[in-house]
Write a protein of this length. Sequence first.
Length: 340
Amino acid sequence: NARDADLVLANPVLPDEVLQEAVPGNIRLAEHFVAFLRRLLEYIKMRMRAQHMVQESPAAFLKDILQKVCLERKPLRFAAERLRSLLRTLEVSDPTNYGPLVRLCHFASLVSTYTKGFTVIVEPYDERSPGVPNPVINLSCMDASLSIKPVFNRFQSVIITSGTLSPVEMYPKILDFRPVVSASLSITLARPSICPLIVSKGSDQVALSSRFETREEVSVVRNYGALLVELASCVPDGLVCFFTSYVYLESVVAAWYEQGVLDQLQRRKLLFLETPDAAETALALANYVKACENGRGAVLLSVARGKVSEGVDFDHHLGRAVLMFGIPLCTPRAGYSGPG
C-alpha cells in the first residue's frame, strides 16, 4: 500500500547538508548508478563470506571498500537518494519489491555519513545456531545522542521516564541535552522486603561462575540447578530466573534435563520458559501468571534484556524471588558473562 511504499522510499536520517548537495556525476546517469550498485553488492557479498566476527570503524570500512572495489565515500553518501530518485523516475508501482536494494543503499549512505559514534559488525553466524552460516552486517550506533537527536529536533517538549534511569545525572551527558526539570523518586515499601544476595559457591563448595570458559562445566550447571531447586522449595508463588542469553538458557535447560533437575523442579512448581518467539513467550507468561494466581506457584526461566525482562512488572506474588545466573554484559561475544 501507499504507507509501505513511503517507508521504502524514505531516506535514512541524514544531515541537511548532505541532502542539499548535488548528486555526484559518476552516479548521475542510471547505467552508471546500476554499475555502482553492482560493485557495492559484490563487496558486501565478499565481506559476508567472513568466517569469524569482525568489528571495525566506519572509516576502516570505507578505506577497505575503496581499496577493494574503488568506491569513494561521496557517491556512497548519495546511494539512498539516488535510488529513491531512480525508482520514482521509473514509476515503479510497488517499491516494496526493492526492499533489499533499498536497505543496501541506506546502509551505504549511513556508513559513509556517520564516521563517529558508529561501528560496523560482521557476524558470520547466528549465536543461536553457531554451526549454520547466516551472515549479517550491522551498523551499530554507539552514541545514544545521535539516536535521540531526531526526537529533540521534532518535538518542543520531551519527557523521559524509566524505572531504571540511575544515576539521573548521567543521562543528560549521554544524550547531550540540558534537562529543564529532573526528578528521582525512591521506591516505596510498606516493610523491608528486599534482600540481595550473591551466591559464589554451590553446596559442594564448587565456585559458581558464568565465565565463558567455565559456564558449561557439569559441576557449575549442576550447582545452578541445585540452587534453583532449593529456592523453589522454600519460596512461595512466583520465582523468576534470568540468564545472560538465549543460547546459555537453552544449554543449561538441556543439561538440567539430563541431570534430572527439571523433574525435581516440577515436583515443586510449574516451569515456564521464555523463547525468541514472541507468541510462545506471551503464552508462557500468561500461564505463569495463572499458576501464581491459583496458588500452584511457578518458575519462569527468561533472558536478561529479553522480552520478559523489559516492561513486565513482577510485583507481589508474581516475583517473590529473582535469580540471576551471571551478569548480562552489553554483548555475549565478549567471551565473559560475569561471575556468580
